[in-house]
Design a protein around this ligand. Sequence first.
Ligand SMILES: Cc1n[nH]c(N)c1-c1cccs1
Length: 322
Amino acid sequence: DLRSDDQSSLPKDLQEKYVLTRQIGTGVCGEVRLAFERATCAKFAVKIIKKKNFHSEGTATRNAQTEIEILQRVDHPCLIKTLDFYQTDDSFYIVLELMEGGELFQRVKTQQQLKEDVAKLYFYQMLLAVQYLHSNGIIHRDLKPENILLSSHEDVCLIKVTDFNQSRILEESVLMRTLCGTPSYLAPEVFTHGSTSGYGLSVDAWSLGVLLFVCLGGYPPFHESFGQSTTDQIVRGQFTMVPSKWRHVSDQAKDVVRKLLVVDPTRRMSIQEALDHPWLQDQEMRQTAHSLMFPNAASPSVAMEPGSSRKRGRDQDDEDDV
Ligand SMILES: Cc1n[nH]c(N)c1-c1cccs1
């Protein structure tokens, strides 16, 4: 167990480059510590994953390797960046960007529920991050408030998605290879249930619906304290928007939640459809988000034409969204 002043159990090359200090987070896989780069005193977060916390070392290694591969492959302003990676016989050490605002989970807990325009700013950034992952064939699979980090203690701030430990990289499946051949002889169920054991990108859309519900309502849509088992509530899509918590939330925001929390994945709103939803057609919010994501980019000098109403189409979103 690493005490804050005990650096001796760390990999030597990690010790030489960083000083690890206090714990800033814990998770099922281990802990996160604040670190200072010796050469620059720059601050980072070091995620320590104990291999013994997995039921099999193989799982630990496979999950960590997938997480490392994804962390090193992705490059988006709303995805946490990895700087370094080390390992010993019993642990992995991942050096990550430091997000001074901590976890969204704590922010919602402290504020009880977020103001709608703040929730919209965060949700839009989450949509862009997940749209980027999906466009790179990656399903996150574990989107929750603990895995959304905030860059500062201000309401208006950059968010970053973290923890790809449960993520999966969509490899070319047998079904995809099968579909390369002539489909003439394939039975209909190959198309409708070819990957019965798998699931698609839509699992992340559902999780984003839960995340938005928590941000707007300040409580989770599905929880064992509501009587039935959480699993039964989820598979039945049973949730309640308690009036005292939701009466000041706009109908458009509620509509986004309801269209994401649809049990049938084929009927669930997609990430792109959410980006095209009227609630997200908020140019001021998008401009704020883009200035947070690209702080060095020149702000557009040309204001929108007076009276022009830019109804965004798909290509417009693609063009403007990262
Ligand atoms: C990673 C990372 N970078 N910056 C922070 N605060 C983290 C944490 C993740 C989980 C708890 S703290």
